[in-house]
Write a protein that binds this ligand. Structure first.
Ligand code: NDP
Ligand code: HSE
Length: 423
């Protein structure tokens, strides 16, 4: 199987390293992979690959147009350019392997029908969960199940940030800079910290699980940039850790899919998944609960998933392609609107140290049918910054939104309220 790769950055260089190291070993296992060509933005990036019998180029079309290449491997990232490259590669009869979750989530519904028409495959194991084989698990391993529920940590950068803030008290900007240095973060790290990367990945998992197209732009998303050391300390007081989760569940004919930070009880399986590790907790109707965990980002873990796709193609050239009708706009999921959600909440209000503030807050909560499970007021070095924390019983999201608008308008409330849902 002759391979052309575009993008020799973190993941691309890892893929080349693994193939070069294992190529000979694989020949006895029916996996015959040969790197033919590499493309980068400039020849400078390709200097390290000189003298290796690879065609080196700065024009991706030299790979896409080469009839001797069987598989086009896209490891650049972004939405529009890769879409055009992949469409042309499919038109030219090439299978595609990519780690680009943004592309699959945004343009999958255009690309998979084209691949089907051409009897070609687009494989994307590395797009969700880094090195964890969660895509093949959902496509093949769960065939005897309906996936009823998923709760997943699917952004390594955010998990790394939250874990280090929790365990070592390191500040948010410092840990983010480290995650970037380690090659975990996206080119634009707001994709990570604002939950967009997790939404791309959840849209893919939810589409595969529901068999219907879940449009990532319709998923409720909020990230971790507003989570403070104070919230982390309160979570610990309530026996929880804070995680950014993608959550999917089937609700009758509808699909609940959302990404946001959660209070996760310390004894939940996901609570102990720390650092760059990702974790996908799922429930199948026949399997029951299961957990997959492993490195969710980084050079070699991610590259190993790309290589698994290449090996799969090399071993199964005459196999019927996996049907991907869940990426089709004629088969769109009906999403449950976020304001219909019922769950428990953590609220943190910042108020003046004034008589009657607590009474005003609790009366607004009560008027909006929000039952309080516990309430804590913490003092008080600064009389303008008293933290009032409320944990609610299960309440309706639309009521929460209304109550918070009213509370934030109180004269005694000095900062916008913070809210985190419970898992
Ligand atoms: P990098 O930025 O490390 O690598 C991308 C490479 O592509 C860079 O060398 C970049 O060059 C090059 N490039 C940019 N534009 C072009 C172009 N027009 N033609 C040829 N080369 C180009 O990114 P990663 O390796 O981290 O990520 C690659 C993909 O893998 C992304 O889709 C990402 O989301 C995904 N991914 C990454 C993971 C990780 O842990 N890093 C994990 C899972 C998925 P330059 O730097 O000069 O712009
Ligand atoms: N930026 C992503 C993360 C890379 O941190 O999880 C893996 O998809």
């Amino acid at each position: 199987m002759r391979i052309g790769i575009v993008g020799v950055g973190t993941v691309g260089s890892g893929v080349i390293e693994i193939i070069e190291e294992r190529q000979e070993l694989w020949k006895n296992q029916g996996i015959n992979l040969e790197i033919v060509a590499l493309a980068a933005k400039s020849m400078d990036e390709l200097v390290g690959f000189e003298g290796k019998d690879y065609k080196l180029c700065t024009d991706v079309n030299e790979i896409i147009a080469d009839p001797s290449i069987d598989v086009f491997v896209e490891l650049v990232g972004g939405y529009e350019l890769p879409k055009q490259w992949i469409k042309t590669a499919l038109e030219n009869g090439k299978h595609v392997v990519t780690a680009n979750k943004a592309l699959i989530a945004k343009h999958g519904a255009e690309l998979f029908p084209l691949a089907k028409e051409k009897s070609l495959q687009i494989l994307f194991e590395a797009a969700v969960g880094g090195g964890i084989p969660i895509i093949r698990t959902l496509q093949e391993g769960m065939t005897g199940n309906t996936v009823e529920h998923l709760s997943c940590i699917i952004n390594g950068t955010c998990n790394y940030i939250l874990s280090r803030m929790t365990r070592e008290g390191i500040s948010y900007p410092d840990v983010l800079a480290e995650a970037q240095k380690l090659g975990y973060a996206e080119a634009d790290p707001t994709f990570d910290v604002e939950g967009i990367d997790s939404a791309h990945k959840l849209a893919i998992l939810a589409s595969l699980s529901s068999g219907t197209f879940v449009d990532f732009e319709k998923i409720h998303v909020s990230g971790i940039s507003q989570i403070s050391a104070t919230d982390i300390e309160f979570a610990q007081e309530f026996g929880c850790v804070i995680k950014l989760l993608g959550i999917y569940s089937r609700q009758g004919d509808r699909v609940d899919a959302r990404v946001h930070a959660c209070f996760v009880p310390e004894d939940h399986l996901l609570a102990s998944i720390n650092g760059v590790l990702n974790g996908v907790y799922l429930e199948g109707d026949n399997l029951g609960p299961a957990l997959q965990t492993g490195a969710g980002a980084g050079k070699l873990p991610t590259a190993s998933a790309v290589v698994a796709d290449l090996a799969f193609l090399a071993r199964s050239q005459n196999r019927i392609p996996i049907p991907m009708d869940c990426f089709n706009e004629n088969n769109t999921a009906d999403l449950v609107p976020i304001n219909e959600l019922k769950t428990r909440y953590y609220f943190r209000f910042t108020t003046k140290d004034a008589r009657g503030v607590l009474a005003s807050i609790t009366s607004i909560l009560s008027k909006n049918e929000i039952s309080i499970e516990s309430i804590v007021q913490k003092n008080v070095k600064d009389p303008h910054k008293v933290s009032v924390v409320v944990i609610t019983e299960k309440v309706l999201e639309s009521n929460v939104a209304q109550a918070l608008r009213e509370i934030d308008a109180l004269e005694a409330v000095t900062e916008p309220s913070r809210t985190i849902r419970f898992l």
